[in-house]
Ligand binder design. Structure first.
Ligand code: B12
Ligand code: SF4
Ligand code: SF4
Length: 351
């Protein structure tokens, strides 16, 4: 009979996770996450969670690790850096992809965590890996595991490294020694509150999703009129509250992503409008696209064209006019808006 392998130590786990690019690991007790539970309830009542489901789908489950793994004792929480090199901003029409969305960092993180979970199970314990899953509030797990502090921009900031990290956990019945929590590092800084283009950070650590561009780009339906100009050239995700964050900007480069980006920083929004449903889902399928309906990507591309397209860009204007005259009333309305924005810029440049 083969002997049961020993439980991997936290040092061995950290070393193994480092081989896939995971730079920070900590341990939290698998207790109920009271603060996150309260925050989920409060954001629902105040309307800040808008129509998001995610961790709100079942707040009891997403804040109670034991509901995912029977007799859970510990969370092993890991952070993977996603910062990659910037490229130059193109002239004219352009669409910007947020830093975390240029590679499927979650699958790298999950892959590393699943392998460790397998080793823990082989040692006779229960263990399940989660990363960006509705079953667990990842930032609270990371805070409790001493990986970092909650920034006023709501992101988890790692001391000496900033917030350009994705987070994931292994919930396990095995007992590991919990790490020490990290003290607040924001101090009197308020740059993210002032720097958010839509004023979505309504209090330190509290994001009103109804104003957050990252959510509005994912949400199905008509894009709110009063947020369209502020969207600028963003096609997926928004990095602004991190781009203005001193520790993240200053120290982020200490831990860079080692993964080859699958997508560039910039794409041509006209390409999105000329691609088939199938190729849109093939190219951008790792993104959260509501209802898996590429129509919402096209909607975003139309707004971005409205914000970035030069009035002399005949090709883009022709495509927008076709959509504006088309059968999809939602896209048509966005296209007519974009045309009038572009025309407005041509008026301004003549004055
Ligand atoms: C829903 C969601 C969103 C929503 C809502 C975000 C939000 N702030 O709630 C939207 C679509 C807007 C979004 C955007 C982004 N997201 Co998101 N998102 C999630 C998801 C799926 C759930 C988050 C959640 O449960 N929120 C619930 C609320 C209650 O949590 P919270 O905002 O963190 O609230 C805490 C703080 O308020 C804190 N707190 C309480 N009191 C106080 C007091 C003070 C003074 C402070 C400072 C804090 C504080 O405690 C609360 C509870 O823990 C997680 C993945 C997961 N399963 O956890 C990823 C996750 C949070 N997202 C992530 C990322 C990368 C982003 C973006 C940067 C992506 C982008 N570039 O566009 C932006 C950042 C926007 C922002 N400033 O938060 C990462 C964050 C990594 C990190 N280092 O923090 C996560 C963890 C995914 C992952 N597994 O890596 N996201
Ligand atoms: S992601 Fe963008 S819109 Fe959302 S809170 Fe941060 S800066 Fe504001
Ligand atoms: S910008 Fe300033 S206040 Fe906001 S998270 Fe960064 S350090 Fe904290």
């Amino acid at each position: 009979m083969r002997a049961t392998p020993p439980l991997p130590s936290i040092e061995a786990i950290t070393a193994e996770l480092a081989t896939v690019g995971i730079t920070h690991v900590g341990v939290a007790p698998a207790t109920h996450m009271d603060r996150a539970r309260r925050a989920l309830e409060n954001r629902k009542v105040s309307g800040y969670s808008d129509t998001m489901s995610f961790t709100w789908r079942n707040p009891d489950r997403s804040t109670t690790p034991e509901m995912s793994v029977k007799n859970a004792q510990s969370l092993i929480v890991a952070a993977l850096p996603y910062l990659s090199e910037d490229t130059t901003t193109p002239e004219g029409r352009r669409a910007h992809i947020a830093r975390y969305a240029r590679t499927d960092h979650y699958s790298i993180l999950r892959g590393g965590l699943r392998e460790i979970a397998r080793q823990i199970r082989a040692a006779g314990e229960r263990a399940v890996a989660f990363a960006d899953d509705n079953a667990l509030v990842d930032r609270e797990a990371a805070y409790l595991a001493g990986l970092g502090w909650f920034g006023k921009n709501a992101n988890l900031l790692i001391p000496g490294a900033g917030s350009y990290f994705v987070l994931g956990s292994i919930v396990t019945s095995a007992r590991y020694n919990p790490s020490e929590p990290v003290a607040d590092g924001c101090g009197s800084c308020t740059r993210c509150l002032d720097g958010c283009p839509t004023g979505a950070i309504v209090a330190p650590g509290v994001v009103d999703a109804r104003r957050c561009l990252a959510w509005l780009l994912q949400k199905p339906g008509t894009f709110p009129h009063d947020m369209r100009t502020a969207l600028g050239d963003r096609i997926y995700g928004c990095d602004e509250c991190q781009e203005v964050c001193p520790p993240t900007v200053r120290l982020g480069r200490r831990a860079m992503s080692s993964a080859e980006p699958q997508l560039g920083e910039w794409i041509d929004p006209l390409d999105i409008l000329s691609m088939s449903d199938e190729s849109l889902l093939d190219t951008f399928g790792v993104w959260y696209i509501a209802e898996r309906n590429p129509r919402w990507l096209r909607r975003n591309a139309i707004i971005v064209l409205g914000n970035t397209c030069d009035p002399s860009d005949v090709r883009a204007l022709r495509v927008l006019t076709q959509i504006g005259d088309g059968d999809d009333e939602v896209l048509a309305e966005h296209a007519r808006w974009a045309i009038s924005e572009i025309a407005g810029r041509s008026e301004t440049s003549r004055v």
